[in-house]
Every structure is written in C-alpha cells, then in structure tokens.
Design a protein around this ligand. Structure first.
Ligand code: C2E
Ligand code: CA
Ligand code: CA
Length: 835
C-alpha cells in the first residue's frame, strides 16, 4: 500500500513518501490500475518519491501505528548516527533522551491526540549515548477511511544553531560579570515623585549633573512607554514591597535611550514611616541588545524550519534539468517549464560554480555531494541553498537527483550571530581572534616573491587611559575608548580591518601595501585623527595615541605581527607618547625620508622649480621636427638638475603627481602657443592623474585658457594605466578626443595592453618602447620581429607610430624600413628647455 503524505505540517510542500518499502504490496496496488499511461505516471511518482526519501537532507523515519520503526532514510542515519538495522523493528522511543524518555513519550502522545501532527525540539539520543538537538515533526499516516496506520517523523539537525546560542550565552555571561562590577546610579525620590538626592555617578553613567536632576520628577528621564512600569513599581513599593527589579529605558544627557536595570525599595524614617523610595540603576544596554539579536535570529530560524521544503531536480548525465518539483516555483520563482532543458550549472551563482563543479566528480561516480550555493531565482536575484546531489542508477540509465533546501535565513541568522559573538560590545569593533584569522588570510593572499607586497598591522594604544580610569571612573575610560574607536573608523575605509585589542589597544590592518614604509603615512593620519578634546564630567581630556607598526609578507604569521606591533607600540609610549614606531628600523628611516621628499616636492611645485624640458619628435623619413615631448625636470635653486626617476616614484604615491602633471601641462601649453601651428606637444599623464576626480574639467579649462587648437595636444599614457580603464575613464578619453586631443599609448610593447583596448579606446597612436629600439642595435632578432609586427599592427589599425630611444642612424634606418613613421631620441636631440 502506498500513501502520499505530507511530512512535517501542512505548510510543507507535498513530498510523496512510499511507506514500508515492500515492493510486493506496491505491485499489488499497481495491478489495480488498468490504464497504461496512468500506470506509468504512477511509477514515475513512485520513483520520484523514492528519490526524495533517499536524497532529502531531512531525516525521515516511518513507523507503524504502534510506533515500531518500519524504515529510515540515509539522512536520518547522517543526523542521528543510527543505522537502519539498529532501529528498524524497534520502538521509536529509543531515540528519546534517557532522562526525559517518559516525559517525551507523553508529549508525543498528547500532541498526537490533540491534533493532526506536531513539531518540537528534542534532544535525540545517538547510538553511543550522546545527545544532539533536533527539530522533529511527526504526522500521522491515514488510510483512505481516515484511520491512522502509522506515523512519519521528519528530523532536522539544529545542532549548529544550538552551538551558536551557547556561544552567545557565554558572552552574555561575561558581560554580566562586567555589569556586576559596573557603577550604579543611586537616587532618592520623595513621596511626591521628585528626586531628593542623586549619586555623583550619574555624571558618568548617563551624563547628568546630580544638581540638574534634584527637584525634578523621577519619571522625566524615563521613556514614555516605560512610565507605566515605573508607576506600577512605585505603587508596589508604597505597599511595602522592596527590591523590585525592573528594566526601563532612561534618556541620557547625550539624547539616547539606554536600557537600565533598576531596583526600587522603600526609604523609611526612624519611626518606620515610608518617606520615599531608593532606586539603584545600572546600564545594561548592550546586554539587552544582544538578547534581542538572539530573539530575532531565533524567530527567523523558526520561520525557516516551519517553511522548509525541498526542491528536487532530476539532472541528466550531461548536466541538463530533466525534471523539477513544483516547489521550484515557490522557492525560486521559476515555472518548471522555464528551467527544464537548461544546464543545471547555469542556475548556480557564477562565483560558486567552480566549487560546485569541483565537487561534481563524485556525483557522477555514484557517490553523493553536498554544499551551499547561491541559486538563481527567476527575478535575477540569488538565494543561498544547500544542495545535495546523488547518482541514481535506473536500469541502463543514470541520472542525478539534486535536493535543494533554502538556507538563506539560516545563513543570514548565522552571520548575525557570528557578528554578535565576534565583536566587542563596547565599541562594536571586531575582536582579536576574528582579526587574526583575517590577517592570516590577507598574508596568504599576498604574492610569494620576497620583494612582493606587504601587510601592515598597526597597534594603536590610547595614551594615559589608566590615569583617566583612576581620576574618573571606568565609564569615563570607556567613553574615551568609544570616541577613539569612532575617530579610527573615520580614517579606515574598511571597518572589518579595524579591531579592538586588549585593554587600551586597537588594531588597524593595512592590506597589500607597495612598501611597508607607506604604513607610516597612515599611522600619522591616525595619530592626528585621534586628537580632539573629550569632555567628561566637565573636565577636558586630550587623547593621544602611540602606534606600533609591524609588517609582514607572504608566509608571515598574524600572531607574530600583532605581538611585534604591540612591542613597537610600547616603544612609542616609552619614547614619549603621541608618535609611531616601526618594528623594522630600515622602514622607519625610509618613512622619514619619504615624508621629507614629499614635502620638498610640494615646495618645489609651489616655487615653480618643476618645469618641462622638450625633446623633439621627427619624421623618420626626412628628419623634419613635427613636435616635442614635454619631460619634467626639477631645477633646484642652486641650478642642479634632478631627473624624474629621482622624485616621480614619491610623487606617484600621493596626489602630488596630479599637481605635477598639471604644472607640466599648463607650462607646455604656453610653450606650444609660441611654436609653429603644425607642431604638437606630447604631455605625459600618469594613471592616477587620469582617474583623478575633475581631470576632464581641468584639461578642458587649461586648453581653453591657452587658446591653442586641442588637436596640437598629444596625451601619453602607459599600457599599465589601461588595466584600470573604467567606463568613466573611457568617457573622459572620448570627450577629450571629441575636442580633438590625440591619445598615445606610451612604452608600447612592455605592458599588458590588449588589442581590444586599441580598438575600443579613442587612441591616435603608439610609442614603441625604447627597449625595442636598443634591441635592434644589439641585433636581437626577437626585438626586430616584434617591432616589425607592432608596426604592422599599428598600420592595420590606422594608428600613428613613434619609435622612442633612437640613438643611431642605423636604428633609424631599420625602423623606417619596418614602417615606423616618427622617431624620438638622442640622435635628433636631448630634452632641453624651449623658448
Ligand atoms: P617616457 O615618457 O618614456 O620618456 C622618455 C624617456 O626616455 C625620457 O626620460 C627621455 O629623456 C628618455 N630618452 C629619450 N631619448 C632617449 C635616448 O635616445 N636614449 C635614452 N637612453 N633615453 C632617451 P626622462 O626624461 O628621464 O623621463 C623618464 C620618465 O618619467 C618618462 O618616460 C615618463 O614616464 C616620466 N615622466 C617625465 N615627465 C613626466 C611628467 O610630466 N608627468 C609624468 N606623469 N611622467 C613624466
Ligand atoms: Ca612619454
Ligand atoms: Ca616612453
């Protein structure tokens, strides 16, 4: 006999389960069906219901009407540890926990007699005696007359959630310990309800001066919704009750409501007459918030469990969807017709496909695979689903049965719980353990080369926090910490790279620096950002921080970096506070040098010492000068000349490079005005200038102020800058090209440019890198071939060509023969001042 039943409750989509797998009885009912098509449909349904039974992620257990187990599915064994042969034929009560066995059996009986089915959380006893929590739904299986012939139980593993709850309870306990040692605000209220005395601690706990409260109504600081609570407590206290505990929201001087735990008692005079009440209040805001977070996630988890239902797919060996259960509409919004025939892989988020296909192998060889992936919904959004795939052999054919369960809420709830557990209650920042994991991941992601990039860990210690705690209270110290945390967050782009260390410490992680010395710049920004008066109880406090910097490469360990940064921080404190120190003295020197060079460049720009020199560009055929390239020179007041490689790298680390590029552009335009109208000037544009916020506006303005034809301005940028071409940059380039400006790719052949860029961007010409030209002189055959191929490419695309670094007539001859149109190099002239 076969029944179609709904395990769980009515909200589950109807999952057919074949009861008591005796094929003989199935065959008997089958003979009653005359129509062949009907029989086929019946068989398909039977096969699918079997597939569900075997492949769903929920444990299923079927009993007879007395509770004797008839069959269980593989997920049941996975969740509970019981093998089918250990349970079949025995009473289901062997799953109940030993301590509560009778109680639980009574529940089951009670629930089953009071309604059609039920759902409860149980501790399930495993074969080894251990217990694990599970959500269990039990439903009766009726026969056509409605009589109960057995039961089906659906078992969902909830041990992950229970573990998360325990961790939260643990952090709640720690918090309680902290709260127990915190400061109470004690007040006395007279019978009219006015404050007659307020303890000085109210300054630190809620920011009020006692004098400002005394004489006022005690309910004036209470949240309007909580006033009735306070009034009821006062009435009880008037009736003689004491020690009445309640939780209310109190308005702090900063204008925020904070949850406080309040205990109220009677105040009596010498004669025992009630003269008023004494209350003692304690800030429990964070605790209440944590509790609410737990309640929310619990609520969501329940919604999830109640609505859980599986989507089932049948996938052919070539990966196409052959059949999908109707629940695919409710869960993913697809009409089965929309997905049938599609590759199952297309419905997985592109970023998750690799993981899915990496585990796919097993599925084909008859095993099972499982994982969590984001699945595509019909509306284009994605939902997290747990996917379970299994090969099914049916005669000659093999197909995959895929079970999908929506775990979106669970993923979100878990992320939220993890957030509560991993973050510091006081500042909301990440705690150390989570941060160490993050640093290790950043280090591992760095390139392996020794001169590769760097991760820096900054240990930021608040100076003199101890004396704040001693002079005022811990609450005052907490306020300083919270303020500093906020100021740090204003400097750090990524809040997840900011953490609370122990005591007075914070950690700032800088991922992927080109040089460890760069961390000095950030450290100085942090040092300045943390300053600013904090007023506590009317007293001004001037916070400063001492910072230790440790740097690591691929292969370094997070714990070591944090420890070293901490040591350097102590050194910074010992050296007089309000400063930073590097663990590595070489980096300290480098950072200092860099700071002075940057300041020098800034001064040089302001004083007009950075000027363009001009190098001629000629026609290779005939040697006619067609224009000049502007190359920056730093002419010091003493007349000495500094070449770009001495200072450009430093300018490029900051926004100075943009100012430098514009200084050269502006001066070059003045020079250009004086040149014959057929000549151009080529100006270099660095990648960061190209992406600077108002680049387009500034170039247009410079052009119009100079009054020269924009077509006489060539802008050179390197192939490497093309790597970062965004739609915005593309638009800027096109806008300038529309005006007539001509774009040239500099150092062509050395970077990573793709031919597609040459086609899609408004490029007017290419400049062959000098290394090719010198290769020609050295009879380097590869160089020669490449140079020739590049000339052909440029010709095919209709681009102008300039060969750089031409030093000899022989080089010029080869280049000309290869088809290069223009040349630039010492053969024709060195960079020099013009006009
Ligand atoms: P670049 O744009 O590739 O400029 C050509 C460099 O090759 C110049 O070096 C030039 O003096 C040198 N050069 C020209 N002909 C020959 C030759 O025949 N033989 C040899 N050995 N060298 C030759 P320079 O002036 O030292 O400039 C170096 C780099 O600095 C430039 O390379 C460019 O990338 C950058 N640069 C110069 N001025 C600016 C500027 O105003 N802004 C920006 N962003 N970068 C600039
Ligand atoms: Ca150039
Ligand atoms: Ca060049």
């Amino acid at each position: 006999m076969t029944e179609t039943i709904a395990p769980g409750n009515a909200r589950h989509s109807s999952i057919p389960v074949q009861q008591a797998g005796d094929d003989a009885s199935a065959a008997r009912s089958a003979t009653a069906i005359d129509d062949v098509a009907e029989q086929q449909r019946y068989e398909t349904q039977l096969r699918q219901s079997e597939a569900v039974f075997h492949n769903t992620l929920e444990g299923i257990l079927v009993t007879d009407e007395d509770g004797i187990v008839l069959r269980v599915n593989p997920a049941f064994t996975a969740i509970t540890g019981w093998q089918p042969e250990q349970v079949v034929g025995r009473h289901a009560q062997l799953l109940a926990s030993a301590d509560h066995r009778q109680e639980e059996i009574d529940w089951v009986r009670g629930d089953l007699t009071s309604g059609p089915g039920f759902q409860r959380e149980f501790m399930i006893t495993r074969p080894d005696g251990a217990e694990s929590p599970a959500l269990v739904s039990v439903n009766p299986i009726p026969d056509p007359t409605g009589a109960v012939t057995g039961y089906v139980a659906v078992i969902t593993d909830i041990s992950d959630r229970v573990r998360a709850e325990r961790a939260l309870a643990e952090s709640e306990k720690n918090y309680r310990l902290l709260a127990e040692n915190a400061v109470d605000v004690v007040t006395m209220v007279d019978l009219s309800g006015a404050f007659t005395w307020v303890s000085p601690s109210s300054r630190d706990v809620c920011g009020y001066e006692p004098a400002d409260l005394i004489g006022g109504r005690s309910t004036m600081t209470v949240h309007p919704l909580d006033v009735p609570v306070v009034e009821a407590v006062m009435a009880r206290a008037n009736g003689g009750e004491s020690g009445i505990y309640h939780e209310v929201r109190i308005l702090t001087a900063a204008g925020q409501y904070h949850w406080m735990a309040v205990t109220a008692s009677n105040a009596v005079d010498e004669d025992g007459a009630v003269v008023g009440h004494i209350t003692s209040a304690r800030d429990i805001h964070d605790l209440v918030l944590a509790r609410q977070a737990l309640a929310d996630s619990e609520h969501r988890y329940r919604l999830l469990a109640e609505n859980a239902s599986d989507v089932i797919w049948q996938v052919s060996t070539d990966g196409r969807l052959e059949w999908a259960s109707e629940s695919v509409t409710a869960m993913l919004g697809w009409d089965p017709g929309q997905v049938l025939g599609r590759m199952a892989e297309e419905l997985i988020h592109p970023d998750d496909r690799y993981r899915a296909s990496a585990t796919d192998g097993d599925g084909h060889s008859g095993g099972t695979t499982a994982g969590r992936y984001r699945m595509l919904r019909a509306d284009g959004s994605f939902r997290w689903m747990s996917l379970h795939q299994r090969s099914v052999h049916d005669g000659d054919t093999t197909f995959q049965v895929v079970t999908l369960r929506d775990v979106q809420e669970e993923v979100e709830a878990r992320a939220e719980l993890e957030h509560v557990i991993e973050h510091d209650q006081l500042t909301g920042l990440a705690k150390l353990p989570a941060t160490l994991t993050r640093i290790d991941a950043l280090l591992a992601a760095l390139p392996k080369r020794p001169q590769g990039r760097t991760v820096a860990v900054l240990c930021v210690g608040v100076d003199s926090l101890k004396s704040v705690n001693e002079a005022f209270t811990y609450a005052a110290g907490d306020r300083v910490l919270i303020t500093v945390a906020t100021r740090l967050a204003s400097v750090c782009d990524n809040p997840e790279l900011l953490a609370r260390g122990s005591g007075d410490e914070f950690l700032v992680v800088l991922p992927n620096l080109a040089s460890g010395a760069d961390a000095g710049i950030v450290a100085d920004q942090i040092r300045l950002a943390c300053k600013g008066t904090i007023t506590i109880g009317g007293h001004p406090i001037e916070p400063t921080v001492s910072i230790g910097i440790a740097t690591g490469q691929h292969g370094s360990r997070a714990e070591e970096l944090v420890r070293n940064a901490n040591l350097a921080k102590r050194q910074a404190k010992a050296n007089g506070h309000d400063r930073y120190e590097f663990v590595d003295p070489r980096l300290a020197n480098e950072a200092r040098r860099r700071l002075t060079i940057e300041a020098d460049i800034r001064d040089g720009l302001r004083a007009g010492q950075l000027v363009p020199w001009f190098q001629p560009i000629v026609e290779l055929d005939g040697g006619q000068v067609v224009g000049y390239e502007a190359l920056v020179r730093w002419v010091r007041p003493d007349g000495s000349l500094v070449l770009p490689d001495q200072f450009l790298p430093f300018a490029e680390r900051s926004t100075l490079i943009t100012e430098l590029d514009f200084a050269v552009l502006t001066q070059s335009m003045q020079t250009l005005k004086a040149l014959p109208p057929q000549m151009h000037v080529a100006v270099n544009v660095s990648a960061s200038t190209l992406t600077s916020p108002d680049y387009l506006e500034r170039v247009v303005e410079t052009l119009s102020r100079s009054g020269v034809d924009p077509a006489r301005l060539h802008l050179e940028f390197t192939e490497t800058a093309l790597l970062g071409v965004t739609d915005r940059v593309r638009d800027i380039m096109s806008d300038l090209a529309q005006l007539g400006v001509r774009w040239y790719v500099d150092d062509f052949g050395t970077g990573y440019s793709s031919i597609a860029h040459l086609r899609d961007l408004p490029i007017a010409g290419l400049k062959l890198d000098r290394s090719f030209t010198s290769g020609l002189a050295a009879d380097d055959l590869t160089c020669e071939r490449l140079a020739k191929a590049l000339a052909g490419l440029a010709d095919g695309l209709g681009l102008d060509t300039v060969a750089e670094g031409v030093e000899t007539p022989a080089e010029a001859a080869v280049l000309r023969a290869q088809g290069w149109q223009h040349g630039q190099g010492w053969l024709y002239g060195r960079p020099a001042p013009l006009g």
